[in-house]
Write a new protein. Structure first.
Length: 713
């Protein structure tokens, strides 16, 4: 009690217990209070505030808020499972929202959240909150279960996109039937950070799985685990979507489809999807591209306060006058089509699914190409080496033998669970090489109807085994003959750390001897592990020293980077000022250019008027020139006529009388005078034309070019 008086944390926990007693109307005893305080305080050093299964109601919410506010700097995990707080109690936690934003894990299993309460509670979280894991599942035996409808699932889909750090979501035992699951994944419109999705016993249908695995698969690029256990609402059509997720998701490692009996008919599609090469190289390439994109985005955010011209120069490599990227700049698509098929599955759980002999053969063929599978659970998969597959009329012997050979050749598989299958002695014989040379570390053969002969083969395999560490053979029909074989061979094999031979007919004497051997193996392996750990500790200390040196160098480089950034900012300010001056000068030059354009327009108008006048003068000159040419042509015609008449008269002159000749000469003389008179008139006209031309040339209105045929402009 003295401890409680001085410890504020303990006092707040006591006040929470008092509120619990008042709400439940139970007796508040000192012993129960101390037990309650101790139970909660025991988890606080780990950063966990665990108040699960305490039957806390909404009346206890103020005490929880006070405790949260006090432990704001200490806790990273908040667990309120199986407390009927309902909407009022959960929403009241948002009064200390700054504390909730710093918590990485929140578990609200069976707290009685309604769809409206879920939306109101999650709406208060900031996009950059630290929350990484959110559990909204339900416990079937709890008093209050969390409920979701289509609007709530739509909101949750958008919530996944907004939360930058949310990696795990758990809906186990919460109902997502009908369109709820479909809406949950349909409204994930952009990439989210989810890595682990638990949909066990939620009643999701094929449409929801299609949205998750095929339609919106690009928006879950980091998905590593998907748990669909217990969803008997799924049918064989969902196998194709699950296979697409396996083949095209580079980081998808864990698939749990336990008790999904509706998938049995099309299981071969999933088995065929396992038969592709490793996705590690492509995953590394995608991660490298994504890291570069993040670095580019961070750099752009750091330089966002610079002038838009510099920002465009950084983004496009060109100087752009405007706060935009030009249309000619091609932007690369972030989501490229996935065409290469790979497989990254490491954990596969097919418990309680009926596997036919044909599907087992397909699984064996796929394992020969698979390079990633590490854990395989085939518990109670109706594998019976004593019967024939009635549907395909194929015995299980050959497929199971091929399966064991594939496991033997597989270099990465470490865990294999074949319990509750009728492996029999012949199956144990097939597993001999797997135990002896294979890479398996854990093998579960519980309840496999193996008798002494099969167990002797297993014991012989253990005698020369290399990797096996845990072997479960409980519930088989073995007696002291098998026990003697196990004891004899285990003396030569010291790596085995666990051997479960319970529920067999092996006597207590052999069981004790075998367990003593296992115990000595564990002690020896512990000493070896201790030595290896000490070596690793020394290496770790060296690496810490190197990291400290790297941290010092990083601080120096960061300081240099900050100095350079300050210089860049100063230069950007100078460039902004220079840009403003250039813009002012450009405006002045633009105004001058406008003035010159106005003057040019005026000059062009005057030139147009003068051009019209010149055209009129040219028209008149052309008309006068045409008249002169016409007169010249008439004169030439008359001259030719006169010449013809003269020639005729000269010919006739010889034949006529001298008197007539004289008279004719007189007439001819008269005609010649007329001709001279006409030529003088023509010469005068030509002189007038020449004077007009000289005047026009003098005024620079026309230019005379001399040619053979006359005058032309």
């Amino acid at each position: 009690m003295e401890y409680l008086e001085f410890d504020l944390t303990a006092q707040l926990i006591c006040s929470l217990y008092d509120a619990k007693c008042r709400s439940l109307k139970i007796e508040n005893t000192e012993q129960l209070r101390l037990r309650f305080v101790h139970q909660i305080q025991s988890h606080l050093p780990k950063g966990i505030l665990d108040i699960s299964s305490q039957k806390l109601t909404k009346m206890c919410a103020p005490a929880i808020v006070k405790l949260l506010s006090h432990l704001s700097t200490q806790i990273t995990t908040l667990i309120l499972d199986d407390n009927p707080l309902e909407d009022a109690g959960i929403i009241s936690l948002t009064t200390c929202q700054t504390v909730l934003d710093k918590i990485t894990t929140i578990s609200l299993v069976s707290v009685g959240l309604s769809p409206e309460g879920c939306i109101e509670f999650l709406s208060s979280f900031a996009t950059n909150s630290y929350i990484r894991s959110l559990n909204l599942g339900s416990n079937p035996a709890a008093q209050k279960r969390n409920r979701f409808n289509e609007p709530a699932c739509k909101f949750l889909g958008q919530f996944f996109v907004q939360m930058q750090n949310l990696e795990e979501i758990n809906f186990q035992n919460s109902q997502l039937r009908a369109t709820n699951g479909y809406a949950l994944f349909k409204f994930v419109a952009r990439e989210c950070a989810l890595k682990r999705i638990n949909l066990a016993n939620t009643g999701v249908n094929n449409q929801a799985i299609k949205q998750l695995c095929t339609v919106n698969a690009r928006n879950f690029p980091f998905l590593e685990m998907l748990d669909l256990s217990g969803n008997q609402t799924l049918t064989g059509d969902a196998c194709l979507d699950i296979a697409n997720l396996i083949m095209f998701q580079r980081r998808f490692h864990e698939l749990y489809i336990k008790d999904c009996t509706g998938l049995q008919e099309q299981m071969k599609v999933i088995f065929e999807a396992l038969g592709y090469g490793s996705a590690e190289q492509l995953a590394e390439q995608e991660a490298f591209k994504r890291r570069n994109a993040v670095r580019e985005e961070q750099r752009n955010k750091m330089l966002c306060d610079l002038h838009f011209g510099i920002r465009n120069l950084i983004q496009t490599g060109k100087v752009i006058q405007g706060d935009e990227i030009p249309k000619k700049v091609v932007q690369q698509e972030q989501n490229l089509p996935l065409t290469e098929k790979t497989c990254a599955i490491t954990h596969l759980d097919l418990t309680n699914l009926k596997i036919s002999a044909q599907n087992l053969q397909i699984f064996a063929d796929s394992l020969k190409e698979n390079q990633s599978l590490q854990v395989c659970k085939l518990e109670n998969c109706f594998i019976d080496l004593n019967r024939i597959d009635a549907k395909n009329e194929i015995e299980f012997h050959v497929p199971f033998q091929n399966f064991c050979e594939a496991i033997f050749d597989h270099s990465k598989i470490k865990f294999l669970n074949l319990s509750k299958n009728s492996i029999l002695d012949i199956g144990a014989q097939y597993l001999f090489k797997v135990i002896q040379i294979g890479s398996l570390k854990t093998l579960n053969l519980n309840y496999c109807r193996i008798q002494n002969d099969g167990m002797v083969n297993i014991a012989k395999g253990l005698g020369s085994a290399k990797n096996i560490e845990k072997l479960y053979i409980a519930g088989n029909n073995c007696d002291d003959i098998a026990g003697q074989a196990l004891f004899t061979n285990l003396q030569n094999y010291q790596k085995l750390k666990l051997l479960d031979i319970s529920l067999n007919k092996i006597s207590f004497q052999f069981s004790e001897k075998i367990q003593q051997l296992i115990k000595s193996n564990i002690e020896q392996s512990c000493s070896e592990i201790y030595q290896s750990l000490m070596i690793q500790v020394n290496q770790f200390e060296k690496s810490i020293n190197e990291l400290n040196f790297i941290d010092v160098e990083t601080i120096k480089h960061r300081q240099e980077y900050n100095d350079l950034l300050i210089q860049v900012k100063n230069l950007s300010i100078e460039m902004v000022d220079l840009h403003k001056n250039c813009e002012e000068q450009l405006k002045n030059e633009h105004n001058k250019l406008e003035d010159l354009r106005v003057k040019l327009g005026q000059k062009e108008g005057e030139l147009g008027n003068r051009t019209i006048k010149v055209n009129e003068i040219q028209t008149r000159l052309d008309q006068d020139f045409a008249i002169c040419e016409q007169k010249k042509r008439i004169i030439r015609e008359k001259t030719m006529v006169i010449q013809t008449q003269i020639e005729e008269l000269e010919e006739v002159e010889k034949a006529v009388v001298n008197d007539e000749l004289i008279s004719l000469q007189a007439q001819l003389e008269k005609k010649r005078k007329e001709k001279i008179t006409l030529e003088k008139d023509c010469v005068g006209t030509l002189a007038q034309l020449a004077a007009c031309e000289a005047i026009l040339v003098k005024e620079n209105l026309i230019t005379i070019i001399q040619s053979k045929k006359g005058i032309r402009k």
